[in-house]
Design a protein around this ligand. Sequence first.
Ligand code: 5GP
Length: 198
Amino acid sequence: MSSKKACFIVISGPSGVGKTRFIEKSLKTFPQLSNTISFTTRKPRPNEKSANFYYFISKKEFEEKKEKKEFLEWAVVHNELYGTSKKEVERLWDENKAIIKDIDVQGFLSVKNIYPHSRGIFIYPPSMDELKKRILKRGEKISEEKLKIRLDRAVQEMSHAHFYDFKIINDQFEIAWRDFKILLTKQLDQFNLLKKSQ
Ligand code: 5GP
């Protein structure tokens, strides 16, 4: 598996920074991109359906998959388990798709180790205050304790941003998206995946 040289773009950044919006817009703009659906033990949020971004599974099911070495990488994030399926990645590459995926810092470092040609884009919030507001606006009931875990983790994640190939501050989305789109275009071009119309 590690010999394959196909396009894998990892998006990281603190929870609540707006990564999902970048990924959704990327998938709409570039049909040659695809998102692999991760497995997680966290519970779905209101309006979140299985098989959109995640397959929601139990801890036992996750451990079984881990035992069977089904994950390309996995990590503990906010006390829950998250993992990328090897099979999904292979399937998408076989379909000649480029992968775009929201993975935490530990996951990115694992992917980069296996696929050195993968590229990481780190998204920063404009400030910690704004990040806190965005987390609270998401419609999920969140305790003070959980909020603190997320904000502490955000600081920790940002201290690893230097491992990434590119960094973008998501202050006003449309402005950040312009830069993001340029990066994606260049990456797809390098893998000869750019359609003439783009
Ligand atoms: P959330 O639960 O808010 O959707 O995601 C929390 C964090 O888990 C995200 O910021 C994302 O970086 C990380 N994450 C999501 N899927 C995966 C995965 O498959 N592997 C790893 N390592 N991290 C993931």
